[in-house]
Design a protein around this ligand. Sequence first.
Ligand SMILES: NC(=O)c1ccc[n+]([C@@H]2O[C@H](COP(=O)([O-])OP(=O)(O)OC[C@H]3O[C@@H](n4cnc5c(N)ncnc54)[C@H](OP(=O)(O)O)[C@@H]3O)[C@@H](O)[C@H]2O)c1
Length: 218
Amino acid sequence: MNVGILGSGLMGGKLGTLFARAGHGVVFSYSRSQEKLQGLARDAGGRARAGTPREAAQEADVLLLAVHWSRIDDALKQAGHLVGKIIVTCSLPMNEDDTELVVAHTSSGAEELARKAPEAHVVAAFNTVPSEVLFNVFEAASRGGRPSLVYCGDDGRSKDSAARLITDVGFDPVDAGPLRIARYLEPFGLLVAQLAYEGDGGPELAYRFERFGSSKHR
Ligand SMILES: NC(=O)c1ccc[n+]([C@@H]2O[C@H](COP(=O)([O-])OP(=O)(O)OC[C@H]3O[C@@H](n4cnc5c(N)ncnc54)[C@H](OP(=O)(O)O)[C@@H]3O)[C@@H](O)[C@H]2O)c1
């Protein structure tokens, strides 16, 4: 696939690099430094290159939105036409100093985003892992160790594309249901961050869901 990266920081830089290493065409965009975008593209190799948000969007099958919540409107505006595009968002709707969610309980950042870009298909994914795990997960996948990664969205075909990217990064994709489930995923993302950055384990923390039988067998 062609993947446009909108926001090439901790998440966008690493995920874009791994998408390129998995064979996808990647355009890194939306940074204050053009040199940084070019360096990311060079290090990622494959079919990765630097571009403007508009170029990233024009060619993309999937756009990864990885900006702070306060930058969402600007990033969408710079991206331009998004008719029929799949937007995979890892952005959590945080306040300026990242101490709390500014959208919660009765809606979610992912649903707000879908309202801002009604012509696109939004999938929420990658917002429940710290960026520090991504390279380790990618490397461990070839040895068979796959943590879970939860995603949600309303459009089946878009979710299939997101699940492919999730698998390519090394996770076992767990479909959590429609986009409104982001109301629970986004606080879960904060729980993971809390455990990763405040707990004893350090930031290299991922999670695994296990099913213990089904009600049929009770
Ligand atoms: N980091 C994590 O572990 C993690 C985990 C789960 C979810 N998230 C969510 O993912 C999203 C991205 O987080 P992140 O940690 O990747 O953020 P980040 O490292 O700060 O990256 C944000 C990107 O936006 C760019 N940017 C900011 N202001 C800009 C401006 N005025 N003009 C152009 N570009 C601008 C930054 O540019 P520069 O390249 O110039 O800095 C950077 O490339 C957030 O919503 C966060 O809540 C993050």
